[in-house]
Design a protein around this ligand. Structure first.
Ligand code: MG
Length: 157
């Protein structure tokens, strides 16, 4: 069994759609990034790559490469899952904490979990938690959203 951890943070800015876990969330601001800035899919992908002993998403999908400009992060997760499978592992469990003052994520949690499961397209445990930063710092002031994720992999049967 292998364990991996992933972390990501992106700045919230006006005039971008907000994607979390591959789901578009209605909000006047979105996450700034070379890709669509989906911190949840980035943290989960890095957790999976870490557990498999593979390079991180910064190496695999460099933000200096125009090919990944405005990239749909669902593709990053799907390509990551493929790499993990080809490395001989199956995904047993994923857990993530989204640190987000606004918008409130409770109404979207079930939809985000379902979206992540559908992108992985392989039976595994997916859990998700929303936390505020208690008003503290940039996250607490609603200037950014961060995500921490843990993945557990087992050997492919
Ligand atoms: Mg990122």
């Amino acid at each position: 069994m292998r364990v991996g951890i992933g972390y990501d943070i992106h700045r919230l800015v006006e005039g971008r759609p907000l994607y979390l876990g591959g789901v578009e969330i209605p909000y006047p601001k979105g996450l700034l990034g070379h890709s669509d800035g989906d911190v949840v899919l980035h943290a989960i992908s890095d957790a999976l790559l870490g557990a498999a002993g593979l390079p991180d998403i910064g190496e695999l999908f460099p933000d200096t490469d125009p090919a990944y400009s405005n990239m749909d992060s669902r593709k990053i997760l799907m390509q990551t899952v493929d790499l993990v499978h080809r490395a001989g592992f199956r995904i047993l469990s994923l857990d993530a904490v989204i640190i987000c003052e606004m918008p409130k994520l409770l109404p979207y949690k079930a939809q985000i979990k379902e979206k992540i499961r559908s992108l992985i397209d392989y039976p595994c445990h997916v859990n998700l938690k929303g936390k505020t930063n208690e008003g503290l710092g940039e996250l607490g002031q609603g200037e950014a959203i961060a995500c921490l994720a843990v993945a557990i992999l087992g050997d492919m049967e």
